[in-house]
Ligand binder design. Structure first.
Ligand code: DC
Length: 219
């Protein structure tokens, strides 16, 4: 059993690469961002301010985040409800970043993440996997790309899904930069490259090339 940690800023291609690497190795892929998104979705639905730590802590008492795999795809459940379809909304990204700074939220999610990693080999992507969740992970990668390039990829993705709305390339880049700054500056388990992580800058790489770089390193 082993773990591969893939951390990095927003929209650096982590989940696409992690999914492909997990498939190539025939092991589980866990998107940890989806867990924070699930908590954020619950808070927004329940009218709980993501900034109010006491209220968030109280909400957690009757919150049950569960990860299930259906037909090989990760799905998120909260108190028995499948919330997977709702957690990718634009407002959830910011709310997930905001709510994830509270230690009570992180402690609960990290416990779940460690439990999953203790049961099987897994490729886990997030912000603090190599530094905090699984510091003993066998392989660690830090995926990054220039903010402009990440914004461009996100813009293309939203356009393809017909979800661009009022967003422009500039507004997307501003949100990405703001979220990275918040994730990197929080006090508890911030976004940071682990000292023993391999840095992969995907700015001028295709997905195939980024996947190949990870696999090459693993070989
Ligand atoms: O990977 P993502 O964009 O779905 O993550 C959403 C937010 O969740 C991200 O801005 C910060 C938080 N997050 C975190 O704090 N730690 C993780 N391991 C994964 C995500």
């Amino acid at each position: 059993m082993y773990t591969i940690a893939i951390d990095g800023p927003a929209s650096a291609g982590k989940s696409t690469v992690a999914k492909r690497v997990a498939k190539a190795l025939d092991i589980l892929y866990l998107d940890t961002g989806a867990m924070y998104r699930t908590i954020a979705y619950k808070a927004l639905s329940a009218g709980v301010s993501v900034e109010d730590e006491a209220a968030v802590q109280k909400m957690l008492e009757n919150t049950a985040v569960r990860v299930r795999y259906i037909d090989g795809a990760q799905r998120m459940f909260e108190s028995g409800k499948d919330v997977t379809a709702f957690i990718r909304a634009h407002e959830i990204s910011k709310a997930a970043s905001d709510i994830s700074k509270h230690p009570c939220v992180r402690v609960a999610m990290v416990e779940l993440q460690r439990e999953i990693a203790s049961e099987q080999s897994v490729v886990m992507d997030g912000r603090d996997i190599g530094t905090f969740v699984l510091p003993e992970a066998k392989h660690k990668f830090f995926l990054t790309a220039a903010p402009g390039e990440r914004a461009k990829r996100r813009w293309i993705e939203l356009k393809q899904e017909d979800k661009l709305g009022d967003e422009t390339l500039e507004s997307i880049e501003a949100s990405i930069r703001a979220r990275d700054a918040a994730d990197a500056s929080r006090a508890f388990a911030p976004l940071r490259q682990a000292e023993d992580a391999v840095l992969i800058d995907t700015t001028s790489l295709t997905i195939d090339e980024a996947v190949e770089k990870v696999l090459e390193r693993l070989r």
